[in-house]
Design a protein around this ligand. Sequence first.
Ligand SMILES: C[S@@+](CC[C@H](N)C(=O)[O-])C[C@H]1O[C@@H](n2cnc3c(N)ncnc32)[C@H](O)[C@@H]1O
Length: 295
Amino acid sequence: MTFNFDHTPVLSTESMKALMVRPGGRYVDGTIGGGGHAAMILSASAPNGWLGGCDRDGMAVEAASSHLAPYVGRWEIRQGAFETLVDWIAPESVDGVLLDLGVSSPQLDRPERGFSFAVTGPLDMRMDKRQELTAAQLVNTMGEEEMGKLIWEMGGEQKARRIARAIVREREISPLQTTGELAEVVERAVPRRGARRHPATRTFQALRMVVNDEKGALRRGLASTVNLLRSGGRLVTITFHGLEASIIKEFGDSAVKMEKPVLQWIRRKSLKPSPNELAANPRARSAQMRILCKI
Ligand SMILES: C[S@@+](CC[C@H](N)C(=O)[O-])C[C@H]1O[C@@H](n2cnc3c(N)ncnc32)[C@H](O)[C@@H]1O
């Protein structure tokens, strides 16, 4: 089955420049999604460039494989987190690694994936459907205090304790099963009062990050993907919120400051989408690119 996988790659021209894609080069896309960036890499590295890619999401792997059919023979894609790339790609063998973090538009837009409050669906939020833990299990079993802490720390939600209390009260009546039910509970606890953002935005982000252990996966993934780069190779990251950006900056800063530094910053200050890109793709609004180079 092929899915309609509509995801516009963000900072696409900028990422090709940052990766310094050249004919015959070898690249890795650790978050292949629908294969938008990957297709650009394969096109710019023609006629004989190679790309290794992965995604935790089986639906993305399928969509990317079909999108990259014109370049067959020049790529290999496997399902898994990017920390597992080291299991099948040789150390110091690639010229550039791209990590375009977060979720894709199809993950957000397909109700059955349970990432979104805009379209109601089961409280799922798993990037990798083979994993057991779902958002429903989290919200229906976690202690109130722990949940409040998590919504505050991972979502930056100031009213986290009030939201956690409301969730626990509601689930005592009956377990929360859909994203719509959760969004409603949050909205009742912290009414919108004219705010542009839905009051459940930060709560949903926090839950998604915990269900997918996004911070842990990023920390482990950064440390391992650096080993894939040959000297002079580029590590290009695109982040969508402050927690991811801090992990990248901390990681880069400590690699730069080591006694024998492994990396150097090419660009630590974030590179953001142009006004033209933002007008065409509002979902790019919080994207920030950073570039490191292997010494
Ligand atoms: C913003 S999308 C990437 C879109 C892609 N660059 C494109 O052009 O279509 C992010 C993707 O990263 C995947 N992802 C997030 N964390 C991951 C991880 N630790 N390992 C592998 N894939 C991950 C998500 O499943 C999602 O498909």
